[in-house]
Design a protein around this ligand. Structure first.
Ligand code: SF4
Ligand code: SF4
Length: 204
């Protein structure tokens, strides 16, 4: 797990994410000062909500802002893409044990969801993405990405992952000349993670 800490900001107020978006849009590529982040963290009680100490909260929010900026930079290129895939992290499956009926297909390499649980985030996200013409993969890690991209020649990717993993994957996708957009996990921990389905639907 790239982060040295676990977090859960899924209960942060909607206004926090709106303010984050406004700051991200205004600041663009400029460095966001730590002081600004600390004000934001205090204002929205992110430490209380997430259980993080202030320094880890600063790292997390800085990453979320940077990812938002990278999404903005990539957006026009991404909109031109014709063949797209959605990459979901295996950690957002409803079950991480044998109750998950997904089968890992090494030739892809990806889990193939068996749709056993209507309320599973993978199942829901796959449904939305397929309706929009995406192929969907459930990855056990970013290292699976290059194989899939080489086999299928996607020119656009939407990825869901924790911030640290998005940063790593984004660099790989840039090297492969694939335009991308990302949706950050709001709860990490490598199992029972959480992302906002509405944000994903808008991004797709
Ligand atoms: S819906 Fe798919 S990913 Fe979710 S638990 Fe069932 S088989 Fe696994
Ligand atoms: S995407 Fe999920 S499994 Fe991968 S490092 Fe982040 S929390 Fe862990």
């Amino acid at each position: 797990m790239p982060y040295k800490f676990t977090f859960d900001i899924s209960k942060a107020p909607q206004h926090f994410f709106i303010e984050l978006a406004i700051i991200g849009n205004q600041m663009g590529m400029q460095k966001i000062f730590e002081k600004t982040l600390r004000v934001l963290i205090k204002k929205f009680r992110i430490q209380e909500i997430s259980g993080l100490d202030v320094q880890d909260a600063v790292v997390l929010i800085q990453d979320l802002l940077e990812i938002q900026t990278l999404n903005l930079i990539q957006k026009q290129e991404f909109l031109k893409t014709k063949k797209r895939a959605l990459f979901l992290p295996h950690c957002c499956r409803k079950y991480m044990d044998s109750r998950c009926q997904a089968v890992f297909e090494p030739s892809l390499p990806s889990y193939v969801c068996a749709h056993c649980s209507p309320d599973c985030p993978v199942n829901k996200a796959e449904h939305v993405a397929r309706e929009k013409g995406y192929d969907v993969y459930v990855l056990s890690g970013a290292s699976c990405m290059p194989d899939i991209l080489k086999q299928k020649n996607y020119d656009g990717v939407v990825g869901v992952a924790c911030g640290a993993e998005v940063m790593l994957s984004g660099k790989k996708l840039n090297c492969m000349d694939v335009a991308w957009q990302s949706v950050s996990l709001l709860k990490n921990g490598c199992s029972n993670t959480f992302f906002n389905m509405e944000t994903l639907a808008k991004t797709l």
